[in-house]
Design a protein around this ligand. Structure first.
Ligand code: DPP
Ligand code: ZN
Length: 841
C-alpha cells in the first residue's frame, strides 16, 4: 500500500463553487448524476485533472456538455480539461445493498444512509475527495422512500423526490444522504438572534419512545455553545438519524448528523445511566462540530486533531457543566490511561498530528482525539481562561469558511496572547507519554520541587512544555498554598515556595494538569494523608488509586495481604455522606487488570494475567469481608425513591449502590443481586444486578429471563452478549464468546454486535490472555472473517493486540503467531495490513 506524507501536501488545482447531485435510488443499482463547475485555482501548482472514485461504474462523463472517455483506475478518473473554467458531469452506478464496509452509500435494515468521513464520498461519485475542497451542494433524491434527507435546508419535494440545498461550503466528507421508512421525534430551538430552528430525530418505527433524551441533550448543547463559545446554529433545520449498522459512534454531517443507534436512542428501561451520559456527550460533540469541524474544517487529514481534539475538549467542558467537573475529569483520566497510554507506549504510537499514514481510518485514535483534547486543556491552563476565550473568538473570526492547519490554530493563540508557542507545538509532533519525576527539598521555610522529564522509547524527544498544577498542604491537612500552575520547559527544573512555617505535603499535578506519568517515590502514609485531606478532588482520587495499585502490586509480586491502613482510609471516604456518591463510587472502583498490567510493565515487572485476576478477586473479597458490617446499610441509603432521572444526582447514587452490591454479592452469593434484578424497573439496576450474578456464577435463570424480555431490542441484546463475556470468570471467557458466535442472534456483520462479543472478550483481561492462547486464536479467526466484509471495524479491533510485548515470552509468541496469521491472509485489506504491520514492526 501507498504511504501518504504530510510534507507532500499540495493544494488542488481547481475551485468548486457549486455541486449538483441527483440520486436515483435502487438497492443494487443506484444512479448518481453530478454536475460540477470547476474554476482554476490561481495559486495552485499546475497539475493533471484527477478525481477520486472507487467501486463506481461510470456510465457517462462530459465536459461542457460534450461526452468524454476518461482514463479510469481503481483510485479514480483522469482526463484532459480546458484551460479555464468548465462544467464536469458524470453519471455513475453504485450498489448500496452490496456495501458491507459501511463507507459511502450503504443500506441498514432497508434504509439508505451514508458515511463519508474520511474518504467515503469517492465511493459515491467522482470528486476531489479531500477536505480542503469546499463547495455548496444542491441535492435531489429520487425514490419511493417516504423520508429523504440530505444536508442543509429542505427545498422542493413532491411525488417521489426531495431536494436539499446546503448554503455553507463544505468538504465532501460532510455530505450525507438518508432515505427510508423513518419516523421523527420533533423539537425546536430559538437561537440567540431569534431564529427558529426545526429539530428532528429520525428513527425506525418503534423507536420513537427512545428519542426524548437525545432531543433534550441537543437543545442543551445548542444553548451551551451559544452561552460559552458564542456560537449560533446556522441552518433552518437540524436533523439527527439513528442507524443500526455504523462503524463509529456518530458523524457530524452538516445539518444531518448520523448516529450509531447505540449513541442516540435511550429510555430508562433499556439504557443505563452510563448510556444516558454518553449519549448526552456524543450529541453535544457532533453538534459542536458544526463550528469546530464544519464551518472551520481541516486542510488535510493529518490535521484531524484540529477538529477532534478541540471538539472533544468542548464536549468535556459541556459534560462538566451539566454534571460534576471533578467526576468528569477523573472519568476522562481513567479513559485516557486505559486507551491512549497503551497506544502511546506501544507499537501504534503516533503524534497527535501524524506525519504519514496508509489508511486514514486507522488514525481516528485516542491519541488524536483524547490526547488532542488534553493538549487544548494544557494550552488553556497556560494562557488562562480569558485569553483562551479571546483566542477562540479570533479563531472563529479569522478562519470561518476555511480549511485549516495546526499552524493556523497556534498562530491564533500566538497573535492573541503574544506568547511564543514554538516549544508547545512539540505536543503535536512528538509521540509518547512523557514521564515526570520529582524530588523535594525543605530548608529554612523554603520548599523546593525539582522536576525532570523524559519520554521512554523516544530517543529524539525534546523537553515539552508542562503545566504542573501544584498545591501545598500543611501538617494538619489545611491548604497552605493554593493551586499554582508551574510552567516547566526544561528537561530539569526547580520551583521554590517560600515563607512556609512547616514542611508541607505537596499535591502535584492537580486535576491531571498534563498527560504524563508522574513518578514520585512517596510513602504510603503520605498518600493516605492526601487521600484524607487533599482539597483537589482529582488528586484525592489519585492518591487512592496509587495506594490501590501499590496494594495489588504487592499482592502479586510479594504475596502480601491487602493493605489494612489503606482500606481503613478508603472506608472513611466511602462512608463520608458529605461527599458526592459518584465520587465515592469512583474511589471504590479498583484499577482494572489491564491498568495493573500497564503499571507493572512500567515498573519492569512482566504482568501475569492470572495472578492479577487472582489478586484483584482476593482484594475484593477482603474488602467485602472487612466491610460486611455496613455494606448493606450504605447500599440501602443509595436507594432512589423518585421517578427515574438520568442526571448526575440519581445516577451517582445508583453508581455507588451498584459498587456496593458487587461487594455484597461476595458475601451473600447473589441473593441481594437477584432481588434487585427481579424488582428492577430501569436498565441501570437490572444490568448492574445481572453483572453481579454473572460474576457470582449464578446467572443462568436471570440471563434467560433477560433474553426473553429483551429479545426484540437490538441494543439491549448487545448488552446481553457483552456482559456474559466481560463479567464471566476468565477460564470461561473464550468458551463463552465462542458459544455466543453460534447464537442465532449473533449478527457478526453488525459492528455493535461484533464488538459486544469480541470487545468484551478483550476486556476480560485474564480470559483474553488465557495461557493456552484460545482467546487470541478465537479473535484472530473472527478478524480474518470480518475483514472481508468490513475492514474498518476489523482494523480498529486489531488494536487489542497493541500491548502484546508486555507479556511473558510464551504469550508473546502466541500473539505474534496470530498477528502473522492475520498478515498472511490473502487479500487482506489495506486497513488491516497497515495495522498488523505496525503491530509487528
Ligand atoms: N468525525 C466523527 C466524530 O468524531 C468521526 N466518527 O464525531
Ligand atoms: Zn468528532
Amino acid at each position: 500500500p501507498q504511504t501518504i506524507y504530510l510534507e507532500d501536501y499540495t493544494p488542488f488545482g481547481w475551485r468548486i463553487a457549486e455541486v449538483h447531485l441527483t440520486f436515483r435510488l435502487a438497492p443494487h443499482a443506484t444512479r448518481v448524476l453530478s454536475r460540477i463547475r470547476f474554476d482554476p485555482a490561481p495559486d495552485a501548482p499546475e497539475q493533471d485533472f484527477f478525481l477520486h472514485g472507487e467501486d463506481l461504474t461510470l456510465i457517462r462523463a462530459a465536459i461542457d456538455g460534450a461526452e468524454i472517455t476518461p482514463a479510469l483506475s481503481p483510485q479514480g478518473l483522469r482526463c484532459a480539461v480546458p484551460d479555464g473554467s468548465f462544467t464536469f458531469e458524470t453519471e455513475v452506478e453504485i450498489a448500496p445493498a452490496a456495501n458491507t464496509a459501511l463507507e459511502g452509500l450503504y443500506m441498514s435494515n432497508g434504509m439508505y444512509c451514508t458515511q463519508c468521513e474520511a474518504e467515503g464520498f469517492r465511493k459515491i461519485t467522482y470528486y476531489p475527495d479531500r477536505p480542503d475542497v469546499m463547495a455548496t451542494f444542491t441535492v435531489r433524491i429520487e425514490g419511493t422512500e417516504p423520508v429523504k434527507l440530505s444536508n442543509g435546508n429542505p427545498g422542493g419535494s413532491g411525488n417521489g423526490y426531495a431536494e436539499w440545498h446546503d448554503p455553507w461550503p463544505k468538504p465532501a466528507y460532510l455530505f450525507a444522504l438518508v432515505a427510508g421508512d423513518l419516523v421523527n421525534h420533533p423539537g425546536s430551538f430559538t437561537t440567540m438572534s431569534g431564529k427558529e430552528v426545526a429539530l428532528n430525530i429520525w428513527v425506525r418505527p418503534g423507536d420513537e419512545n427512545k428519542c426524548a433524551w437525545g432531543m433534550e441533550s441537543l437543545i442543551a448543547s445548542m444553548r451551551w455553545d451559544e452561552k460559552v463559545y458564542g456560537r449560533e446554529y446556522d441552518l433552518d433545520v437540524f436533523n439527527i438519524v439513528a442507524v443500526d449498522d455504523f462503524n463509529m459512534g456518530a458523524m457530524e454531517n452538516k445539518g444531518l448528523n448520523v448516529f450509531n443507534s447505540s449513541c442516540v436512542l435511550a429510555s430508562p428501561e433499556t439504557s443505563t445511566d452510563a448510556n444516558f451520559e454518553r449519549i448526552e456527550a456524543i450529541i453535544a460533540h457532533e453538534y459542536f462540530h458544526n463550528w469546530t469541524g464544519n464551518r472551520i474544517t481541516c486542510r488535510d487529514w493529518f490535521q484531524l486533531c484540529l477538529k477532534e481534539g478541540l471538539t472533544v475538549y468542548r464536549d468535556s467542558q459541556f459534560t462538566s457543566d451539566m454534571r460534576s467537573p471533578e467526576v468528569k475529569r477523573i472519568g476522562d483520566v481513567i479513559d485516557l490511561r486505559a486507551r491512549q497510554f497503551p497506544e502511546d507506549q506501544g507499537p501504534l504510537s503516533h503524534p497527535v498530528r501524524p506525519e504519514s499514514f496508509q489508511e486514514i481510518n486507522n488514525f481516528y485514535t485516542a491519541t488524536v482525539y483524547e490526547k488532542g483534547a488534553e493538549v487544548i486543556g494544557m494550552l488553556k491552563r497556560l494562557v488562562g481562561d480569558d485569553a483562551y476565550a479571546k483566542a477562540l473568538d479570533l479563531y472563529f473570526d479569522r478562519h470561518d469558511g476555511q480549511a485549516c492547519t495546526i499552524e493556523d490554530w497556534l498562530a491564533v493563540f500566538q497573535d492573541s496572547t503574544g506568547r511564543d508557542l514554538t516549544q508547545f507545538k512539540r505536543w503535536y509532533s512528538q509521540p509518547g507519554t512523557p514521564h515526570l519525576s520529582v524530588t523535594e527539598d525543605w530548608q529554612d521555610g523554603t520548599f523546593t520541587l525539582t522536576f525532570a522529564q523524559h519520554t521512554p522509547g523516544q530517543q529524539d524527544a525534546q523537553p515539552q512544555v508542562l503545566p504542573i498544577a501544584v498545591g501545598l498542604l500543611g501538617p494538619n491537612g489545611d491548604e497552605v498554598a493554593p493551586t499554582r500552575v508551574l510552567e516547566m520547559t526544561e528537561t530539569r527544573q526547580s520551583f521554590a515556595f517560600d515563607g512556609l512555617g512547616a514542611r508541607p505535603v505537596p499535591s502535584i499535578l492537580r486535576g491531571f494538569s498534563a498527560p504524563v506519568v508522574l513518578e514520585r517515590a512517596t510513602s504510603a502514609s503520605e498518600k493516605s494523608f492526601l487521600l484524607a485531606h487533599d482539597t483537589d478532588a482529582f488528586n484525592r482520587w489519585e492518591a487512592n488509586r496509587d495506594l490501590a495499585r501499590a496494594c495489588l502490586e504487592a499482592m502479586v509480586t510479594e504475596g502480601t495481604e491487602p493493605d489494612d491502613a489503606w482500606l481503613g482510609a478508603l472506608e472513611q471516604v466511602v462512608r463520608d455522606d458529605t461527599l458526592d456518591p459518584a465520587f465515592r463510587a469512583l474511589m471504590l472502583a479498583l484499577p482494572t487488570q489491564a491498568e495493573m498490567a500497564q503499571h507493572l510493565h512500567a515498573n519492569g515487572v512482566t504482568p501475569d494475567p492470572d495472578a492479577l485476576y487472582a489478586a484483584s478477586e482476593s482484594l475484593r473479597n477482603a474488602m467485602a469481608a472487612r466491610w460486611s458490617g455496613w455494606l448493606g446499610d450504605l447500599r440501602a441509603a443509595c436507594t432512589v425513591d423518585a421517578p427515574y432521572d438520568p442526571g448526575a444526582g440519581q445516577s451517582g447514587k445508583r453508581a455507588l449502590g451498584g459498587a456496593l452490591l458487587a461487594l455484597l454479592t461476595r458475601l451473600d452469593g447473589g441473593a441481594a443481586a437477584q432481588a434487585q434484578f427481579d424488582a428492577a424497573d430501569n436498565m441501570t439496576l437490572q444490568l448492574g444486578a445481572l453483572g453481579c450474578l454473572v460474576q457470582a456464577g449464578t446467572e443462568h435463570a436471570a440471563l434467560a429471563r433477560f433474553a426473553e424480555q429483551w429479545r426484540g431490542d437490538r441494543l439491549v441484546m448487545d448488552k446481553w452478549f457483552a456482559l456474559q463475556v466481560a463479567a464471566t470468570a476468565p477460564e470461561n471467557a473464550a468458551t463463552r464468546a465462542e458459544a455466543l458466535t453460534r447464537h442465532p442472534d449473533f449478527d457478526w456483520k453488525n459492528p455493535n454486535r461484533f464488538r459486544a462479543v469480541f470487545g468484551s472478550l478483550a476486556m476480560n483481561h485474564a480470559g483474553f490472555h488465557a495461557r493456552d492462547g484460545r482467546g487470541y486464536r478465537l479473535l484472530a479467526d473472527w478478524l480474518i472473517r470480518l475483514d472481508e466484509k468490513n475492514p474498518q471495524t476489523t482494523a480498529r479491533m486489531c488494536s487489542v493486540f497493541q500491548t502484546w510485548r508486555r507479556y511473558d515470552n510464551a504469550r508473546q509468541a502466541l500473539m505474534k503467531a496470530e498477528l502473522e496469521r492475520l498478515a498472511a491472509k490473502p487479500g487482506l485489506s489495506r486497513d488491516v495490513t497497515e495495522m498488523v504491520t505496525r503491530l509487528l514492526g
